[in-house]
Every structure is written in C-alpha cells, then in structure tokens.
Design a protein around this ligand. Structure first.
Ligand code: C2E
Ligand code: MG
Ligand code: MG
Ligand code: MG
Length: 282
C-alpha cells in the first residue's frame, strides 16, 4: 500500500485495516470530533448535459478540514468512517446539507439542477435508511426527483438482494439511483440488470483511455449505447480534455463531469459558477 504523510506526521493508508490499532483509534476519535465541531464541508461539482447545454446537476463531495490534521481527502477517511459506522451520522449530514444547497439553487435559478449524493453501502443497509432519506426530503422540501443517490458495486456484492430491495423502494419514491465508478475493478453487467439503476456513471479510468485516434477504441462508446439502450442516463466522470468531450458527444453520452468544466466548488462559489456558466463549444 502507498503511504502518505499527514500534516503532523500521522501516516495514512488507503486501506485503513492496515493502520496500526492506536492510529485507527486516534483517527476515529478525530472523525467524531470533526463531526461534532463542523469540520466537514461539501463541495459541489457541476455535471453538464450535452444535449441541451445546461447544468444537469451537482455532485456533492465531502471535504474534511481537521483542526488537528489539516485537509484530508475523502479517500483517506471514508473507509474508516464506514468501519466505525460514523458514516451514518456523517452521511445524514451530507444528505441534509446537499438537499438544502440544491433547494437554495432552485429558489434563484430557472433551471433546476439535481443533486447527486454518494451513499456508502454501510449507510444503505443501516437501520431505516429509506425513512431517513424521505424525512430529509420532507424536512428540506426537496422533490425526490431532484435527488440522486450514488452507489458503487464494490461493496454490495454480499448484500446484493437487500441493496436491490432498498434501492427499488427509493426509486419508487422518485429518487434517482446512480451506479458510480462503472468500469473500475468490480464491474459486472449483471449488476446493471439486478439493480434499479437510472444513471450510469462511467469511471474516469475509461475516459482517460479515450485515445487521440477515436476510431481505435469504441469500448466506452459501446457502454454508453448499451446503458442508453437500457433506458439509463449516462454520465462520464473525469472529463479533462476536449478530445474526450468530442468523443463523448460523438457517442451521445448524456452528461459529463470533470475538471474540463470545473473542479468541485464550495457552495457559494458553485452558485456564482452557475451565473457565469456557458458551454465551451468549439
Ligand atoms: P466519486 O464519487 O467517484 O467522485 C468523483 C471524484 O473524482 C472526486 O474525488 C472528484 O473530485 C474527482 N474528479 C472529478 N473530476 C475529475 C477530473 O476531471 N479528473 C480527476 N482526476 N478527478 C476528478 P474526491 O472528491 O476526492 O472524492 C473521492 C471519492 O470519495 C468519491 O469518488 C466518493 O467515492 C468518496 N466520497 C466523496 N464524498 C463522499 C460522501 O459524502 N459520502 C461517501 N460515502 N463517499 C464520498
Ligand atoms: Mg460519486
Ligand atoms: Mg465513488
Ligand atoms: Mg465516481
């Protein structure tokens, strides 16, 4: 595993199970402290609809500004939050904050973008998850059709039936369900059949490999067509280059998300970004 050095010398591992026990306990304590002391923040990354050139939605991405450790990216704490079940209160805070954010946008914008929220399987199979989501929608007054929940395949293999049931219920209420990181590691076409997916998010590893010579490799294009043929919306993640945008347009990908348009932005900056947005068509 790659080892990274935190601000005060604390070492982090991608896989928290390989962390020394004392360090794990320290991190869990800091996560709990962070939750109680509002050290977390959401950034929002726009998703652009290529068919109507509008802002389709925003993905909410959590940021941790730890008073003790400094800025820690989600890849370095989500797993530990899951293992310690702190992901449950954290995830609720994320959902509520994201729903409030998009409600605020709807009040000032004619165009009504959706908000996409990453949900861990620990949260999903946790106690009364569906009820908690519906409570938050009611509390924030957001219509379910403007919420999308993003799930990944990697962790749900064992609890596939339970996950499928829960997601189906949520979908019946009008909530959108996205399969995140499709094409990374675990992907299986059978998940596309078994899960009630409304949106397929193609992982950035697929976008990265879009070749300069577009005739060479239609694989990503075939996935887009397959998913669209199954009635799904397709979002490409990690779009950084015009050559990728051109390819995705050619294969009629519905939406794109990536640094080409914007990195994830703090809420206030995201609001200004909407005002300034225009699609950089060449
Ligand atoms: P993800 O859901 O696949 O989110 C997309 C990640 O790709 C984000 O990383 C985003 O900043 C990054 N990204 C976006 N566009 C580009 C691009 O053009 N190029 C490159 N190289 N990267 C791009 P981030 O914010 O560090 O989040 C990492 C992962 O952490 C997320 O991957 C998601 O799995 C997890 N995560 C983030 N926020 C939450 C949360 O609130 N709850 C849960 N359960 N997981 C979260
Ligand atoms: Mg995501
Ligand atoms: Mg993800
Ligand atoms: Mg992803």
């Amino acid at each position: 595993h790659t080892k990274k050095q935190g601000g005060n010398g604390l070492a982090f591992y991608d896989a928290s199970f390989s962390m020394p026990l004392q360090q794990r306990a320290d991190m869990i304590r800091l996560l709990r402290y962070g939750l109680e002391n509002e050290e977390f923040e959401l950034h929002y990354q726009p998703q652009i609809n290529l068919e109507n050139s509008r802002i389709e939605g925003f993905e909410a991405l959590i940021r941790w500004n730890s008073s003790e450790l400094g800025r820690i990216p989600p890849d370095q704490f989500i797993r530990l939050a899951e293992e310690s079940h702190l992901i449950i209160p954290m995830g609720e805070w994320v959902l509520r904050t994201a729903c409030k954010f998009i409600r605020g946008i709807h009040e000032s914008e004619e165009n009504k973008p959706i908000v996409s929220v990453n949900v861990s399987v620990v949260q999903l199979i946790g106690h009364r998850f569906e009820e908690r989501v519906l409570d938050i929608l009611r509390e924030t007054g957001l219509d379910p059709c403007y919420l999308e929940l993003e799930v990944t395949e990697s962790m749900m293999i064992e609890s596939m039936d339970l996950v499928a049931d829960k997601l189906t219920r949520l979908k019946e209420y009008g909530i959108n369900i996205a399969l995140d990181d499709f094409g990374r590691g675990f992907s299986s076409l059978s998940h596309l059949m078994r899960l009630p997916i409304t949106t397929l998010k193609i992982d950035k590893s697929f976008i990265e490999h879009i070749p300069e010579n577009q005739e060479d490799q239609p694989l990503t294009g075939l996935i887009i067509q397959l998913a669209k043929g199954m009635g799904m919306k397709v979002v490409a993640e990690g779009v950084e280059k015009y050559v990728q945008l051109d390819y995705l347009k050619k294969y009629e990908c519905n939406c794109i998300q990536g640094f080409l348009f914007s990195k994830p932005l703090p809420a206030l900056i995201a609001r200004d970004w909407i005002k300034a947005f225009s699609l950089p068509i060449r």
